[in-house]
Design a protein around this ligand. Structure first.
Ligand code: NDP
Length: 245
């Protein structure tokens, strides 16, 4: 994975699941990784593990719903490494429920984290990437970004939005710069994502499907593939899902 070596890569939502697996995998392949999330202790433990394995890693506490904290994350990375090669907009939440349950606060949270968080990430790194005339922004959508289930109306809406944002970014930047835009769409993956569902019906379903997902490393390797391709080659979209569900 020669085109990953020495790249400076920011990963949001790196304190668990897909973000954690991706940070570890990229560091093993020689990337300099900056891990961001809200749970600092978990970030510190992951960074320690990466460093013990000979990797290069830092962590920054950042809530993706704060444009200011995302700017600080980018500034820290630029001050530390002098450039930002890749941003992986991975942080996301999925407290699914049916619309009639009126869990309006959770709708707001999903819109804030899954859509605004992605936009604030782009806003934080795009100026530096345009100045460098190179960069790569990878956004996590979902199979739920292509179809809607009962209970996933709001989550799916946010992941459809992430697809629109990724495609818009790709079209804009392909005209004027060398910034790559990649969309990663996982299917069910074994992480903590289902643990935050509060709807009783949703929790029952989550219990039934928990354990059926694929390993977060299967998503990490897809992300790594998109980074490792030559800089003139854009992997614009990858879907990775369980073989049997
Ligand atoms: P996890 O719950 O394991 O990880 C989510 C990560 O997002 C955590 O590190 C969490 O860190 C972070 N996060 C949540 N809210 C915020 C916030 N406000 N600010 C900063 N970080 C935040 O789930 P996954 O690893 O599964 O999720 C990663 C991505 O993959 C998400 O975008 C999800 O939608 C997507 N996905 C997952 C699938 C699955 O089946 N697991 C399927 C399809 C897509 P902390 O709480 O420390 O801030």
């Amino acid at each position: 994975m020669e085109n990953i070596r020495n790249k400076v890569i920011i990963i949001t939502g790196a304190s668990s699941g897909i973000g954690e697996a991706t940070a570890k995998f990229l560091a093993q392949n020689g990337a300099k990784v900056v891990l961001a999330a809200r749970r600092e202790e978990r970030l510190h433990a992951i960074v320690d593990e990466i460093k013990q394995g000979g990797g290069d890693a830092f962590s920054v506490k950042a809530d993706v719903v704060s444009a200011e904290e995302m700017q600080n994350l980018a500034k820290f990375t630029l001050n530390t490494y002098g450039r930002i090669d890749v941003l992986i907009n991975n942080a996301g939440i999925m407290p699914n429920s049916k619309l009639y349950e009126l869990r309006v606060e959770e709708w707001d949270q999903m819109i804030d984290v899954n859509i605004k968080g992605v936009l604030y990430g782009i806003a934080a790194v795009l100026p530096a990437m345009r100045e460098q005339q190179s960069g790569h922004i990878i956004n996590l959508s979902s199979t739920a970004g292509y179809h809607v289930d009962a209970r996933s109306a709001v989550y799916s809406a946010t992941k459809f939005a992430v697809r629109a944002i990724s495609e818009g970014l790709r079209l804009e930047e392909s005209l004027t710069s060398h910034i790559r835009s990649t969309l990663i769409a996982p299917g069910l993956t074994k992480t903590e994502l289902l643990d935050h569902i509060t709807s009783p019906e949703g929790q029952t379903i989550a219990r039934q499907v928990k354990g059926m997902g694929i390993s977060p490393y299967s998503i990490a390797t897809a992300i790594a593939f998109s980074i490792n391709e030559p800089d003139d080659t854009l992997v614009s979209e990858i879907m990775v899902r369980p073989t049997v569900l």
